[in-house]
Design a protein around this ligand. Structure first.
Ligand code: G6P
Length: 369
């Protein structure tokens, strides 16, 4: 097992650090930026179905559901296709309206999640076209779907999902870009820029990983907090949800993810000097609005940990701590802002003596209801 961990103390840490190469492997051979094309046979072979759809329904559970939420923002922004993101467990039992023209995308790391599989079967029985985004090759969901695209993240052993999440977002970004190009909803210059920026992501993730020591020192300060709040807007709202989920899963600290602007409708009542609040405040994502959210937190004495773009000064002046990530396009920023949140939960869990790779009560793949 020590050999499998490749010199890291835990699988989770190894998998966090594998993300630059996992993301690269996910777009390798698919993203041909010199030719300005994206090649994914599962999409190409079924282009008519994709273009004929009036909407996309995404079904998933857990972290994969969060990747689906990021994809909702990306598909709608780039490809102008309405997207609904559903918990597979709710979708399968609520007699949902499914049309034959619908495209259903099922996201699953393991490809074995029982609820997601049941949602797929239901969608297929209604005549929808079902596309899988799985990590495990040959898994049940990969076989049951009409077509799909693998994430190529390599085996993920840690129960808390890390590299599966970022590679799912990568695959879904490629699909959204390919459809945007086919539909003409993106200009050729924006399209080229997206491809070039996506190619830079592995190096930028590497750079984001360099915050490890800083994140560790912040973890030491807040490890005994009973609650934490994670806030983000736009593309980074689902990242806030995912950051909170990571912390809950492995440290057993209660955490909530919230859209920053919704704070005033409830969570603001929780804020006092004992509440650490992680705010994703990258430059391009409604920055000024997030800054005013941060001011509201500060005036209530909440402890602010800002996830900011390199060189940021405005949030730095307000926050108790800032963790920088490299600048990128807004739609690609979740691939970077996620990194320090994964590290934060890892270090807190470790300091609390938790079983990082196998947290209590959780399973890597939930194959029963
Ligand atoms: C379990 C795992 C999570 C995962 C979820 C969905 O709860 O512990 O890490 O996100 O299942 O799994 P899937 O394999 O379908 O992505």
């Amino acid at each position: 097992e020590q050999i499998e961990k490749g010199g890291y103390d835990h699988f989770m840490l190894k998998e966090i650090h594998e993300q630059p190469s996992a993301i690269f492997d996910t777009f390798r051979g698919r993203l041909l930026s010199d030719k300005g094309i994206i090649k994914m046979s599962g999409v190409e072979d079924n282009m008519k179905r994709f273009l004929n759809a009036d909407r996309i329904i995404i079904v998933a559970c857990g972290t994969s559901w969060h990747a689906g939420l990021v994809a909702e923002y990306i598909f709608e922004d780039l490809a102008r296709i309405p997207v609904e993101v559903e918990y597979a467990s709710e979708f399968r039992y609520r007699n949902p309206v499914i049309y034959e023209k619908d495209v259903v995308i099922a996201i699953s790391q393991s490809g074995e999640t029982a609820d997601t599989l049941a949602a797929i079967k239901l969608a297929k029985s209604k005549g929808a076209f079902v596309f899988g985004v799985c990590n495990v090759v040959g898994s049940t969901i990969a076989r049951e779907t009409d077509a799909g695209a693998y994430t190529h993240a390599g085996p993920e052993i840690g129960v808390a999902s890390t590299k599966a999440f970022t590679t799912q977002i990568t695959v879904l970004t490629l699909i959204a870009l390919r459809l945007a190009r086919a539909k003409g909803t993106i200009s050729s210059s924006d399209y080229r820029l997206q491809l070039l920026e996506l190619e830079l992501i592995p190096d930028k993730v590497k750079k984001a990983l360099e915050s490890d020591d800083l994140v560790k020192s912040i973890a030491a300060i807040y490890k005994d907090a009973p609650n934490m709040l994670y806030l983000g807007r736009g593309f980074n709202f689902p990242v806030a949800l995912e950051g909170a989920l990571k912390l809950k899963e492995i440290s057993y600290i209660h955490a909530e993810g919230y859209p920053a602007a919704e704070m005033k409708h409830g969570p603001i009542a929780l804020i006092d000097e004992n509440m650490p609040i992680i705010v994703i405040a990258t430059k391009k994502g409604h920055y000024e609005k997030v800054v005013s959210n941060i001011q509201e937190i500060k005036s209530r004495k909440g402890k602010i940990i800002g996830i900011v773009t390199e060189g940021d000064e405005q949030v730095r002046a307000l926050a108790d701590h800032v963790i920088e990530v490299p600048e990128s396009l807004e739609s690609l920023s979740p691939l970077l802002t996620t990194i320090p949140l994964q590290l934060l939960s890892y270090h807190i869990a470790l300091m609390l003596g938790r079983n990082v790779d196998q947290p209590r009560n959780l399973a890597k793949a939930v194959t029963v209801e």
